[in-house]
Design a protein. Structure first.
Length: 447
């Protein structure tokens, strides 16, 4: 595969390193001659020194004949423009990395059609989702989000006997809007029918609306205390995203310690009722004791300073906090965090790079997630047929499940009697052997 990567930072370098080892022909674009020289000396890739927002530079890198163009600089505007140009130049597939996706909220599919990206990844959203899982003591072994986070695919392990193992799936107490799309039972991976029954220790992939999946997860796991006291160090964009995702979540109370007075006041003015904002320094031991931080369940350090995050987590741990989480800007610091006893180190850039790698290794150009190391894939498809048809009449092959339908930015988990119409976007779970057949179902008659 011919791949052009715009940007050689943490994400770009990590991608180029692994993709070149996988045997792909990789070309990296970066305007910094020293970075370009370093990557050329250390990796088996081609390097073009220049601005990835210039058509001449993209052309020199071979974008017109590229199977994939990945825009992963640290500047959102550069990545957006690179995607637009790559689409016009002829790159077959385009992945867009953004730090902040808030401007796209409510207009995701408008931007997708206008700019021409196939996959959108946000380092902030990926990191926020990891933190949300920790805060909620989520038992999911893995989470993939689609349709702006309103639909998810979660991988869970059935923890003993419970409501979901008492009867077949057709007669079990599945929350409305949740579909069990795959099961790993010992060495067997399969897409279940209504007659199949879940068993303890099975791994289960379930797709549905985020809130409905929370209910499913409670049924799948042993009873746990769902009350959480959480402290954030830093009230920046990642913390703000997590707070938005946790808005209205029962049993969760949040304290944010922010040293910048203006940011602290702005956050306090917009924060929901379960959030308390404190102006101060989270490395001040007296402040931590005064606020009884030691009684908290989770402490999350989200500043841009790796060393400060490290110190704050160690202080919180020494006071008795159950679990500490730290953002890592430098991927190499993750091992140091482990040695120092930080509970969880999250590198947004590495999360983004690993997500892109899964897409590259998928078997379909429309895949947006790979399941169980390639045993199944999640596709995002557009309905190109000039007709309206019920889902149950679409003729999807066995082993294929429609997880969501997006119509004018309205997202729903469809049932058999719901319709699919021209212009709809659908999220489909399928086995690799059905990839071609599934894609043909949504193509126009003349395709």
């Amino acid at each position: 595969m011919n791949i052009v990567i715009v940007g050689s930072g943490e994400v770009g370098y990590h991608l180029a390193s692994i993709l070149s080892r996988d045997g792909h022909a990789v070309t990296v674009i970066d305007p910094d001659p020293s970075k370009a020289r370093h990557i050329q000396e250390s990796l088996d890739v081609q390097v073009v020194v220049g601005d990835g927002t210039r058509a001449s530079v993209l052309t020199e890198a071979g974008t017109a004949s590229a199977d994939l163009m990945v825009a992963v600089t640290d500047i959102d505007q550069v990545n957006l423009l690179a995607c637009v140009l790559a689409r016009k130049l002829g790159a077959k597939r385009r992945i867009l990395r953004l730090r902040d996706t808030e401007p796209l909220e409510g207009y995701l599919y408008f931007y997708k059609n206008t700019i021409g990206f196939d996959v959108l990844l946000s380092t902030h959203d990926l990191a926020a989702e990891e933190i949300v899982g920790t805060v909620r003591d989520r038992h999911a072994l893995g989470v993939e989000s689609f349709a702006g986070g309103r639909v998810q695919l979660r991988r869970l392990r059935m923890e003993g006997e419970g409501p979901l193992t008492e009867s077949s799936l057709a007669h079990s107490k599945l929350p409305k809007g949740v579909l069990v799309v795959a099961v790993q039972h010992k060495d067997r991976f399969f897409v279940p029918s209504g007659e199949d029954r879940l068993e303890p220790s099975d791994q289960v992939w379930a797709i549905g609306a985020t809130n409905d999946l929370d209910a499913f997860e409670k049924l799948a796991s042993k009873d746990t205390a769902w009350k959480r006291n959480v402290v954030f160090m830093g009230g920046g964009s990642i913390a703000g995203t997590v707070i938005r995702k946790l808005r209205g979540a029962p049993g969760i109370s949040i304290k944010v310690i922010e040293s910048d007075r203006g940011r602290a006041h702005a956050l306090a003015a917009s924060a929901p009722a379960n959030v308390i904002v404190i102006e101060g320094d989270a490395t001040d031991l007296n402040l931590l004791r005064e606020e009884r931080i030691g009684n908290s369940d989770v402490f999350v350090a989200t500043t841009a300073d790796d060393e400060v995050n490290m110190v704050a987590c160690q202080l919180a741990s020494s006071l008795g906090v159950g679990r500490t989480v730290a953002m890592v800007g430098k991927a190499s610091y993750r091992d140091i965090y482990d040695l120092l006893g930080v509970g969880q180190a999250i590198s947004p850039r590495i999360l983004c790079a690993n997500s892109i790698l899964r897409f590259v290794r998928s078997g379909s150009p429309t895949a947006i997630a790979v399941v169980a190391e390639g045993k199944a894939e999640v596709l995002e498809l557009s309905m190109e047929r000039q007709e309206t048809i019920k889902l149950k009449d679409l003729g999807m092959p066995r082993g294929t499940v429609m997880g969501a339908r997006v119509r004018e930015n309205n997202v729903m988990v469809p049932s058999g009697n719901d319709t699919i119409a021209y212009g709809d976007t659908v999220i489909v779970f399928t086995l690799p052997e059905h990839l071609v057949a599934v894609q043909k179902l949504f193509q126009s008659t003349g395709a």
